[in-house]
Design a protein around this ligand. Structure first.
Ligand SMILES: *Cc1c(COP(=O)(O)O)cnc(C)c1O
Length: 425
């Protein structure tokens, strides 16, 4: 019996579904999740000691590849000095200064331990600052699992969202409006109707939780203009895109200055660390300065800060993001070529260290379009690639991640494997 299967069976006895986060259970693709024994660079090894070229990278953090020696050393050194203090440290000031330097829109920030915490706190802050209750999100964007953000679209424009999870009272989502990504008209109509009640609009500025979907320039410009006109805050949830799509993040690519930004994944270098920050006058509303409460026993944890700080230094090496972008673009183009040769309808896209592939003729621009892709084909392709030793996200609705350890040669190997896998579909 495979050791992966053995661990999965054992895990299921004591952990719901055998996993600590749902997508890890391979529910959409079927089969046995790979239990990771260790990882290094672009690879991980599973419980059966099989090697995989990893395009998940912990869902984003592993931008330098796994277990980068300098990051590991920084964490080891920090650990020797104590694991957690519940009192401020120099490292926290240093990483805050570093992030503020890289992101001009962020004048002040708070460190937290997960992206969920970052977005939840940013929303509370936006409501506290504006004195308004309504929030706007977009269908298909994921912002963690706090109650007010676990919402699916209602039946029409200006109907409030319904909870998308059990255990979330409708009362918790009755202030959340769910709109369509890239729909400028709907956004404008909404602001016309209830703009003076909207505390904030939160979005994935490049969506990576409904596969990879880019916003139009018109859409992000409308977001900035409408929020500004109506006194609502614009929150760029860059938990996934932050430091991955570019050194100055999606907001840098868009030329947009959001009021608040959330960061996670890359910023923690693989450790539990996330950030919310933005305009100093807004951040001044946070306790102890203001009346918006937010706290955390492990916030600014010294090991997480050491990993994050070292990662931020390493990604500032000249040409880092250019190289990363070129590798992702090469992969996206290679996959599209391979599909064309195999006569399979597939489109692809990439930005920075993120890529998407869609079993449909066109690149989707909304959740509705993303969910129109051929899931049966995705499943077959996923397993064919897994057999080839290539580990893709076990879901058709997640972006893929390339690290700097994914060399040109490894990208070539991946494209060759995809050609064989597609031929077998
Ligand atoms: C991953 C993610 C989150 C949630 O972060 P966690 O650390 O998993 O809580 C929030 N927003 C976006 C855009 C994400 O990709």
């Amino acid at each position: 019996m495979s050791r992966n299967l053995e661990l999965f069976e054992r895990g299921k006895q004591v952990i719901p579904g055998g996993v600590n986060s749902p997508v890890r259970a391979f529910g959409q693709v079927g089969g046995t999740p790979r239990f990771v024994k260790r990882a290094e660079g672009a690879y991980f090894w599973d419980a059966d000691d099989k090697q995989y070229l990893d395009y998940v990278g912990s869902w984003g953090p592993a931008i330098l590849g796994h277990a980068h020696p300098e990051v590991v050393k920084a964490v080891q050194d920090a650990a020797v000095g104590g694991l957690s203090f519940g009192a401020p440290t120099e490292g926290e000031v240093e990483i805050a200064e570093e992030i503020c330097k890289l992101l001009p829109s962020v004048e002040q920030l708070r460190l937290v331990s997960s992206g969920t915490e970052a977005t939840m706190s940013a929303i509370r802050l936006a409501r506290g600052f504006t004195g308004r209750d309504l929030i706007v999100k977009f269908e298909g964007c994921y912002h963690g699992h706090s109650d007010s953000l676990l919402v699916k679209a209602g039946s029409g424009l200006l109907t409030f969202g319904n909870p998308s999870s059990g255990g979330v009272p409708a009362d918790c989502t009755k202030h959340t409006l769910v709109l369509q990504y890239n729909d400028v008209q709907q956004l404008a109509d909404t602001f016309k109707e209830v703009g003076d009640q909207i505390a904030c609009v939160i979005l994935e500025p490049i969506a990576g939780n409904m596969n990879l979907i880019k916003p139009s320039a018109e859409f992000v410009q409308a977001l900035r203009a409408l929020t500004e006109q109506h006194g609502a805050l614009l929150i760029y949830d860059e938990v996934m895109t932050g430091f991955r799509v570019a050194l100055n993040c999606a907001q840098g690519l868009h030329g947009i200055t959001p009021d608040l930004t959330t960061l996670g994944k890359v910023v923690g270098g693989g450790m539990p660390l996330a950030v919310f920050g933005g305009r100093a006058d807004i951040m001044a509303k946070i306790a102890p300065l203001g009346n918006v409460y937010q706290a955390g026993t492990l916030s600014g944890n010294p090991l997480a800060v050491a990993a994050g700080l070292t990662t931020l230094k390493l990604i500032q090496q000249p040409g880092f993001h250019d190289t990363l972008s070129a590798r992702s673009a090469k992969l996206a183009a290679g996959l599209a070529d391979a599909a064309r040769e195999a006569g399979v309808a597939m489109s692809t896209d990439s930005v920075g260290g993120m890529f998407g592939f869609y079993f449909s003729d066109t690149v989707p621009t909304s959740y509705a379009e993303a969910t129109r892709c051929d899931i049966a084909r995705f499943k077959a392709f996923f397993h064919a690639m897994l057999d080839e030793g290539i580990y893709l996200a076990p879901s058709a609705y997640e972006a893929g991640f390339v690290s700097i350890a994914h060399s040109d040669a490894l990208i070539d190997d991946t494209i060759a494997a995809a050609r064989r896998a597609l031929a077998r579909l």
